[in-house]
Design a protein around this ligand. Structure first.
Ligand code: NAD
Ligand code: ZN
Length: 351
């Protein structure tokens, strides 16, 4: 399956297919004519796919330099970025060469940011290996690293030359990360696609895995549509943030230790919808449906917020909340989302 992201100044393909990793060399040959490639990955992904990717590229005549970072968000730091710059320069990669990000969102964001800034920009390709990266972070051009005071504070918009998605690699992904990605799949159903939502309601994990290729394709199509409308995240892209205002605050409140991103977003989607339903902004019964689908995919939806004040504070410091107002994303119904502007101080009524 193939789709194209069409932007004002650039357009690039996304290939989705089981086994695409094994055909990588031939595919890249079609779009890149130099020899050198730096492949950036993390230790976990390297263990399963590092050699495979290296050898398929070498078979097609490329000279490959593999750079392996530690797994986890800590690698999205300025220190790791500097190490990565040095490793890429040590491999004598120039602006005419290519960088590949092989991994989850961490590797994708870090590598993409390095590629966007080193030597004023080196072309790169995304090979996302976590479900979250395959349906979300590898598409849309957002790349970033973290600062000690917050996530993704140093970033850029820098699109890859192509994205290669091989659903087979999800077999080795830890279950918790799979469910984490499922929260974002559910989000896409909630904001834009009723059929997807009800499919997720019907299918157990086994059936989801059987049709994961189609599910990834559907999610990528939704992200494509939203990104093409709003390349620089000025307005319309905001709907991708359904469940995230509160989700981010919950993640931050628990120091990014208790809940994964997806788990926090799951809570955010349910809590905000329950409230918007009470306020007659959302069709009755919607929160219950969201709760049901989340449970089906091993995601909690109810928590007791111990410290509302701190969570509210975390929302105010979110980099997306500008001025006195805050935009939150709500549902009219499953598959229908809208942007709702409220005064910051009224956010408390939503949690
Ligand atoms: N750029 C964007 O638009 C965007 C969007 C959403 C999230 N993000 C970012 O993405 C990051 C989270 O991404 P993530 O959830 O993929 O985390 P991650 O990159 O840390 O990957 C999760 C874990 O799974 C492992 N892994 C990945 N693929 C594997 C595979 N196929 N087999 C075995 N293990 C595998 C990784 O080593 C890691 O331990 C965050 O930093 C977040 O800010 C970016
Ligand atoms: Zn998210």
């Amino acid at each position: 399956m193939e789709l194209r992201i069409n932007l004002t100044e650039q357009s690039y393909p996304i290939y989705i297919g089981r086994g695409v990793l094994g055909r990588l060399g031939e595919e890249i040959k079609k779009i890149y004519s130099n020899k050198k490639i730096a492949v950036v990955t993390d230790e976990n992904v390297d263990k399963f796919y590092g050699e495979k990717v290296k050898s398929t590229l070498e078979k097609s005549g490329f000279q490959v330099f593999k750079i392996v970072v530690k797994p986890g968000e800590k690698s999205k730091s300025i220190e790791e970025l500097v190490n990565l710059y040095n490793n890429i320069l040590d491999a004598e990669i120039t602006r005419g060469d290519l960088i590949i990000a092989l991994g989850g969102g961490v590797v994708g964001d870090l590598t993409g940011f390095a590629a966007s800034t080193l030597l004023r920009g080196i072309p790169y390709i995304q090979i996302p290996t976590s479900l979250l990266a395959q349906i979300d972070s590898s598409i849309g051009g957002k790349v970033a690293v973290d600062l000690p005071r917050g996530k993704n504070l140093v970033g850029n918009f820098y699109h890859p030359q192509a994205v290669f998605i091989d659903p087979d690699v999800l077999d080795t992904l830890d279950k918790r990360f799979f469910y984490d990605g499922m929260a974002e799949v559910i989000k896409y159903g909630c904001i834009k696609n009723k059929e997807l939502f009800y499919k997720l309601m019907e299918c157990d994990e086994k059936r989801i895995l059987e049709s994961i290729e189609d599910i990834i394709y559907t999610c990528c199509c939704i992200k494509k549509e939203v990104v093409e409308k709003d390349e620089k995240d000025n307005h319309d892209r905001m709907i991708l943030n359904f469940g995230h205002t509160l989700g981010h605050a919950i993640e931050k409140y628990y120091n990014f230790e208790k809940y994964t991103h997806g788990e926090a977003v799951a809570l955010g989607m349910y809590i905000i919808t329950k409230k918007s339903e009470e306020m007659n902004l959302t069709k009755k019964g919607t929160a219950e449906l969201i709760g049901e689908v989340l449970s089906k995919h091993n995601l909690e939806h109810e928590i007791y917020l111990e410290d509302r004040e701190s969570i509210l504070k975390a929302i105010s410091f979110d980099k997306k909340s500008k001025g006195e107002f805050i935009d939150i994303i709500l549902l009219k119904d499953i598959g229908e989302s809208f942007i709702h502007k409220i005064e910051k101080e009224k956010i408390s009524s939503f949690i």
